[in-house]
Design a protein around this ligand. Structure first.
Ligand SMILES: Cc1cc2nc3c(=O)[nH]c(=O)nc-3n(C[C@H](O)[C@H](O)[C@H](O)COP(=O)(O)O)c2cc1C
Length: 165
């Protein structure tokens, strides 16, 4: 699959806008992810407001890419009425990987800015977003047209593959 082998984390973006339909397509890819018992715990907040982007960026020591973007997707999860609550962060990881791959497929860049499971980052960011009680922030994915042309390095390591007989 081509996007797997071309995706890299992008932290700097041009000013070229990304329209709502493109953002919707990236979220559609997230919603196509597998999840435990198909519980699909995700909810998405699309942030374009410059002040909110700045405030979210300040909630993580690694948040600068959020400030560099025109738009970011705050990927959230439900904390109530889940079939498999202990699986929720795994479900969300699958969702985010799909979104990163779809962004790459569309010629866009993104990067996983981690919030969960670190409450010291997620709780202030949840306040910035005014999330309702039943939602928590998982990660923020800034999205944009990549600045520069970063190529993926081949990370294949044959010695990590074991073939027990
Ligand atoms: C769980 C997770 C958390 C991450 N958190 C951050 C982050 O907070 N800030 C950041 O700039 N990159 C973050 N990254 C991106 C990684 O640094 C990046 O994926 C890794 O260095 C490999 O580079 P690549 O994505 O270009 O292949 C995160 C990635 C994952 C999977």
């Amino acid at each position: 699959m081509d996007p797997i082998f071309k995706r890299v984390s992008i932290r700097r973006f041009t000013e070229e806008p990304v329209n709502d339909e493109t953002i919707r397509q990236i979220i559609r890819a997230g919603m196509a992810a597998p999840s435990s018992k198909n519980q699909r715990p995700w909810e998405f907040y699309v942030v374009r407001d410059r002040q909110i982007l700045e405030d979210l960026a300040k909630c993580s020591p690694f948040g600068i890419p959020i400030r560099n973007a025109q738009v970011a997707i705050a990927v959230c999860y439900r904390n109530k009425d889940l079939k498999e609550p202990e699986m929720v962060l795994l479900d969300m990881s699958c969702c985010c990987e799909n979104m990163l791959l779809e962004a790459a497929e569309l010629g866009l860049g993104s990067v996983w800015i981690s919030f969960a499971p670190r409450k010291q980052r997620s709780e202030p960011a949840e306040k910035v977003l005014h999330l309702p009680e039943h939602l928590n922030l998982f990660t923020v994915l800034p999205v944009g047209h990549p600045m520069g042309n970063i190529k993926q390095l081949d990370r294949f390591e044959e010695e990590r593959i074991h073939w027990p007989e």
